[in-house]
Design a protein around this ligand. Structure first.
Ligand code: C5P
Length: 232
């Protein structure tokens, strides 16, 4: 297991419509979260303002844009992104796209390949292979292309670790607590404890924290779960 402090393993997804609302949330959880994710909604609303603002304040930033375009376009987009304080970004797991991305950013940004979205229901997965086979295949493509790691559901993390060992960074969204039973649009959900115990390095959590009456209490519970799982 990588030496990452438990409180840095929780990435808060700032899935919010404006920079003002995002800043309000960041201030509300100050001292509790070190790593934030800016996704499509907030990026489209704030351009690089939020990314730079978070970087200036010393936070780590995961800019999750899930790019899927021809290599030339991806290279130019990532050249722009490289001028900003971004720790991780996401590309879809197609070989030419990943190779182009890695070539463009070198070691300035960690490229994570999206395997199969956590909102995909295995019941309706009909790609001629099992969902797990696709995840394993795409993780292999990501590693060969030089990506630092992948985004994968906690359901497939153990499989990835078995096949590819400790090296790839695995970031897991689709985290839900057993007690509330709320899954929203996510299908392959696990708890924070399960994700880390199965081998995830980081978890991404959005709505369970953003919609909570007391976000700090939820964060504390999640970090406790992470700590417990790290001791297993
Ligand atoms: O609100 P919730 O905790 O479901 O948010 C999960 C976050 O992780 C969202 O920002 C979503 O875009 C992102 N994500 C995901 N599944 C992936 C990759 C990213 O849910 N495979």
């Amino acid at each position: 297991m990588r030496l990452i402090p438990p409180e840095e393993r929780l990435i808060l997804a700032l899935d919010l419509p404006t920079k003002d609302e995002a800043i309000k949330v960041v201030k509300r959880v100050e001292g509790y979260i070190r790593f934030f994710k800016v996704g499509l909604q907030l990026f489209l609303a704030s351009h690089f303002y939020m990314v730079d603002w978070l970087g200036d304040k010393g936070y780590k930033v995961f800019l999750d844009l899930k790019l899927h375009d021809i290599p030339n376009t991806v290279i130019h987009a990532l050249n722009v992104m490289s001028q900003h304080p971004v720790t991780f970004t996401t590309l879809h797991a197609e070989e030419s796209i990943l190779r182009a991305g890695v070539e463009a950013v070198g070691d300035r940004i960690g490229i994570l390949a999206v395997t199969v979205l956590t909102s995909v229901d295995p019941k309706y997965f009909n790609w001629g292979k099992s969902l797990e086979e696709v995840v394993i295949e795409r993780t292999g493509i990501a590693i060969d292309a030089g990506c630092v790691g992948v985004i994968a559901s906690g359901k497939e993390v153990s499989l990835i670790r078995k096949e590819y060992g400790e090296d790839p960074i695995i970031v897991t969204p689709g985290i839900r607590s057993q007690s509330t039973g709320v899954r929203d649009d996510q299908k392959r959900t696990v708890t924070a404890f399960e994700a880390i115990k199965n081998g995830s390095d980081y978890i991404v959590v959005g709505r369970p924290i953003l919609n909570a009456l007391d976000p700090k209490t939820v964060i504390v519970e999640i970090v406790k779960d992470i700590e417990k799982a790290m001791k297993k």
